[in-house]
Ligand binder design. Sequence first.
Ligand SMILES: C[S@@+](CC[C@H](N)C(=O)[O-])C[C@H]1O[C@@H](n2cnc3c(N)ncnc32)[C@H](O)[C@@H]1O
Length: 221
Amino acid sequence: MDWDGAYRQEAGFDGPPPWNIGEPQPELAALAAAGKFRSDVLDAGCGYAELSLALAADGYTVHGVDLTPTAIAAATKAAADRGLSNATYEQADITTFGGHDGRFNTIVDSTLFHSLPIEGRDDYLRTVHRAAADGAGYFVLVFAKGAFPAEWEQKPNEVDEDELRTAVSKHWQVDEIRPAFIHAFIPPAPADSDVPMPEHDRDEKGRMKLPAYLLSAHKAG
Ligand SMILES: C[S@@+](CC[C@H](N)C(=O)[O-])C[C@H]1O[C@@H](n2cnc3c(N)ncnc32)[C@H](O)[C@@H]1O
């Protein structure tokens, strides 16, 4: 996946990437509203960082990390435009991310997990665990199997519940995995598609609600 190309609108999407919904994923916004997050917050694979920008506006100290220079430039500019000096952004590969050992009380993964190659998961889980303070919370919103057609060769690395639990529990204490939704701008399938997207339900803004899991975990200590 050419992530920077997606943000530059050169990667085959018809317009902005479908995950740029202009606001935090609703499942994660609900966790924030329920008081589940504590500063400092790491927004892992932040993209345009709507989640951490919203948290920063609410007074949290946040730091976002993403592979792509285009997304980091956009997030940094948005923080400056909104006067959020408590929001910082860094271009880095999350599988080798370092320099913040023990800092974060919350780590949020808003649709990063399924964006990584499967062989990169363990390195990612290790780097964010190292960056977490003792007792930190870790929250992952990830596509469930069945979100995309089985026949598609190129699609996110959807998970089933056992696979997610097994991967994460090598590093983290898993507290809960529950069904959830990822909201994305996915147009209706053209009538002549060979293997169309399943017609999942849509929200009140017309965005598709794709099946997902919401994982909550913490770092021992
Ligand atoms: C589906 S997007 C989600 C972006 C954002 N969290 C959101 O909810 O809108 C996945 C993001 O992960 C980033 N990403 C993919 N591989 C990465 C890696 N190895 N290290 C850091 N970021 C990565 C991509 O650049 C992209 O911004």
